[in-house]
Design a protein around this ligand. Structure first.
Ligand code: PMP
Length: 431
């Protein structure tokens, strides 16, 4: 595989951009080698600057649920561009977008658009604090809610991949206001609540966690969390930036029928454009400025191009329920193929899976929280990543990420990926 152009670009990039990338995991630090510079993408494929093609299993970290450059979204963006790029004034599309989100996400009665998942989570936390008059929040170890200061404590995703789950630059004051518990550990949550009576504003959680690899909530975990929040006047925030519109039309809350007070959204909601949103119960959302006192704003928030892309995506998902059965089927077939491979090779690595998200952990332990996720052999993961890449399959370049599937994957692609998985496992173990 010739990757000279990517190497040249990376060397050039390192002179002008910290680490050569605009988001850390992209640098391939955890898996070795140089990152590929991507020139274009279509359907199930990515094309790099050297003309190599790869079957996509990340899909821009989630948004491309219909595959790359889907014509519905492309056309919507092209049409919107002809009416100018941004007005900084209200538009019809924002109303349509808000109405659609409210109709699709069960617990959301009002919603505010922002430009990223980070912004959505930062704003939701501020709102929770403003609404409850309390200061502390609880987050779970290994969950990632963007790079807002409050969340860079025991953070997953790129933060753990780069070895900085607790980032320098976050003040002690902020750190003290972020309490952490292991994922799936109700006792730990209860202890934190008891130790901080009437001072916890919110519990924020990825209801299916994708940022320490994929980790599922145990039976009853989210239900009890919901009850604890109600009992103690704490707002429950579901971060559905990854899972929203992916694991069901209405996200995990619809799939498991558990209603949070606030929800954060991103990725698919923008169809590939930079978009996030937070929403929830009317009485809470009406605390946001200018309806209420909690300030939050954005020059480009709700801009017409992003709204057009997102609307095209969400309208399609809303009217074509077969997308979800397709995603379930693709995920099911791939994971069955991978499990069969492990069996044939006599390996007992752990695969966590739900719908169109899954992760292989290079450990024989059950993975249900950050500690168990960290039992995975990350050196072996790096070798596996490179072996798959060599065979034309593009994975997330870190053990601590989920894979995201798209409806562009055909049975033929699935067969190729499963075959690449077999050969890659064999290569990294035998040699
Ligand atoms: N929350 C979750 C669950 C995420 O996975 C991410 C990003 N991967 C974010 C928040 C932050 O979103 P963004 O990168 O758009 O700021």
């Amino acid at each position: 595989m010739q990757t000279t152009n990517s190497h040249t670009l990376f060397n050039q990039a390192k002179q002008y951009i910290p680490g050569g990338v605009n988001s850390p995991v992209r640098a391939f630090r955890a898996v070795g080698g140089n990152p590929l510079f991507i020139k274009s993408a279509k359907g199930a494929y990515l094309y790099d600057e050297d003309g190599n093609s790869y079957i996509e299993l990340i899909n821009s970290w989630g948004p491309m649920v219909l595959g790359h450059a889907h014509e519905l979204i492309e056309n919507a963006v092209k049409e919107a561009v002809s009416s100018s790029l941004s007005f900084g004034a209200p538009t019809r599309k924002e109303v349509e977008m808000a109405e659609l989100i409210v109709s699709m996400v069960p617990s959301v009665e009002k919603v505010r658009m922002v430009n990223s998942g980070t912004e959505a989570c930062m704003s939701a936390i501020r709102l929770a604090r403003g609404y409850t008059g309390r200061e502390k929040i609880i987050k779970f170890e290994g969950c990632y809610h963007g790079h807002g200061d409050s969340f860079l404590i025991a953070a997953g995703s790129g933060a753990i991949t780069m070895g900085v789950p607790d980032s320098p630059g976050v003040t002690k004051g902020v750190a003290n206001d972020t309490l952490t518990a292991p994922y799936n550990d109700l006792e730990a949550v209860q202890t934190l609540i008891e130790a901080n009576p009437k001072n916890i504003a919110a519990i924020i959680i990825e209801p299916v966690a994708g940022n320490m690899g994929l980790v599922l909530p145990k039976n009853g975990f989210l239900e009890v969390l919901r009850d604890l929040c109600t009992q103690h006047g704490i707002l429950l925030i579901f971060d559905e930036v990854m899972t929203g519109f992916r694991l069901a039309k209405g996200g995990v809350q619809e799939r498991f029928d558990i209603m949070p007070d606030l929800t954060t959204l991103g990725k698919i909601i923008g169809g590939g454009m930079p978009v996030g949103a937070y929403g929830g119960k009317k009485e809470i959302m009406d605390f946001v400025s200018p309806a209420g006192p909690v300030y939050q704003a954005g020059t480009l928030s709700g801009n017409p191009i992003a709204m057009s892309a997102g609307l095209a995506m969400l309208r399609h998902l809303n009217t074509q329920p077969e997308v979800y059965s397709q995603l379930e089927s693709i995920g099911g077939k791939l994971v069955a193929g991978f499990k069969e491979n492990l069996k044939k090779l006599g390996l007992n690595y752990t695969i966590n899976h739900i719908g169109s998200m899954f992760s292989i952990f290079f450990t024989d332990q059950e993975v249900y929280d950050f500690e168990t996720a960290k039992s995975s052999d990350t050196v072996l993961f790096g070798k596996y990543f490179q072996a798959m890449l060599k065979r034309g399959v593009y994975l997330a370049p870190s053990q601590y990420e989920s894979l995201f599937l798209s409806t562009a994957l055909t049975d033929e692609h699935i067969e190729k990926i499963v075959h690449a998985n077999y050969e890659s496992l064999e290569e990294i173990l035998v040699k």
